[in-house]
Design a protein around this ligand. Sequence first.
Ligand SMILES: Cc1cc2nc3c(=O)[nH]c(=O)nc-3n(C[C@H](O)[C@H](O)[C@H](O)COP(=O)(O)OP(=O)(O)OC[C@H]3O[C@@H](n4cnc5c(N)ncnc54)[C@H](O)[C@@H]3O)c2cc1C
Length: 490
Amino acid sequence: MQKSVLIVGAGLGGLATALRLVKKGYKVSIIEKNSQAGGRLNQLKKDGFTFDTGPSFFSMSYEFTEFAKDCNIKLPFNYYSLDPLYTVNFRNSPVTYYLYKDLKKLAAQFSVSDPGFEKGMDRYLTKSGRLFHDTVDIVIKSNYDSILQYIITLMRVNPVHLPVMFRNFWQQVSQYFSSEEARQIVSLVAFFLGRTPFDTSGVYTLLSYTEFRHDGYFNVEGGMYKIVEGIVEELRKDKTEIIYNTEIIDFVAEGNDLKYLIDKDKRKWEADIIVINSDAAVFRGRVFRRKEFSDEKLDKKEWTMGPLTFYLGLKCKLPGIHHHNYYLGNNFKEYADKVFKHPEIMEKPYYYVNVLSSSNPGCAPEGGESIFFVCPVPDLRFKKNWDDRDEIVDSIIDDFSGRIGKNIRPEIVSRTVYTPVDWQDQFILHRGSGLGLSHKMLQIGGFRPKNFDEVFKNVFYVGASTIPGTGLPMVIISSKLAAERIEKFI
Ligand SMILES: Cc1cc2nc3c(=O)[nH]c(=O)nc-3n(C[C@H](O)[C@H](O)[C@H](O)COP(=O)(O)OP(=O)(O)OC[C@H]3O[C@@H](n4cnc5c(N)ncnc54)[C@H](O)[C@@H]3O)c2cc1C
């Protein structure tokens, strides 16, 4: 008999799992708290502008290709490679670094500050490439039934990589580059994991290989939200229902069987199998009321940055500003030490700017630009009150204007700000942490919230908060791992 599956959450994890399962013959429905699908991979349409609100690129494009192949569909969106991958500017410096994939073009920019850059980068990428290929299939793309099984899996990794596990990202990078600027630029990718190079394991230097050598960074034609629209359309063709504006808050179980979930309006939702795409730690704590996942216990864990994001519609063009741009200060270590706990760090913030309309002109009216800022800030444990949000946003706008030599304040015709409070409330993210639990060694693999439930045998989890971790390609892998578990469930 056809098994029914109920998925809680229409983020990328929920949508991708739904499509995989529908294609295997399951009857799937999705419940979503918000009024549109996508979760953090979302879109804002306002004042004639279109903004991607979260992700602005992805790496490991082959994970999407493999996903489409697994589902026997043509990938329902088009993507293109970004080169330069991004630009970097340091405060009070006239220099903008272009992070090209071509090693010679990249190294030419460090010929004075780090003459050994080309050789160092080549050695660094060779090492991180080995690390990537020795771990991706064994560790990242595997399910674990227990911590013991995870540890046994780690023991299968070539021991040559052991020293990297005991170094942080910064220490690993510093072995290959002599200048501070080169080290800071190469280790920026640690911020993509929501932490800093000083508290991210050296193992994640494998990301440098994925960005510079293995595959690259990609944007989606028409904006990142086309990924969501494409998958939702595929689900519609397969008659999969998505029920919006429905938040699950309670449950009823019989022994080890979850009988049904209950939403805010007291409606009951049942199915043979339940898949949770809501944060795997938060859902266990708030809905299943497990003590080990209570808010107090979660507060003691290590979380990623709270994002302060804002979306500006401009009535002018910004020629020469690339798709991805990082604006850094001159106090990298001090900044990294303080960014998670000390709100005063925002007086001189580091931030990221995405010009969506530079490569997707349809996202802004003729002659205008749609731009999006992300600034890492302390989560709500360390900064609860955001009454000063407009002041902070204005200071970033002024800093950006100074750096590009054009005052954009008078050009702003649309402005929307999301603080960590908004991120928390929209997607039920613990204390507004944008990427969820950090990827420290004791919060990944067998130590991360599992993708199967400890108590209810018919409940599974998918998404960035369970294995393997955060970011769009990881979430696609997560959907594969969850679907594999569900298929084994009888
Ligand atoms: C500012 C920002 C920038 C980012 N940039 C990038 C990037 O450039 N590249 C990249 O690869 N990744 C990026 N990421 C990370 C990426 O967005 C996430 O890893 C990914 O989107 C998570 O998908 P998910 O399906 O696991 O979770 P989510 O997207 O959070 O989806 C979970 C869904 O469940 C719903 N939900 C939660 N609880 C309930 C409930 N009780 N009942 C019903 N529904 C519920 C939520 O509303 C949500 O729709 C970024 C994240 C942020 C915040």
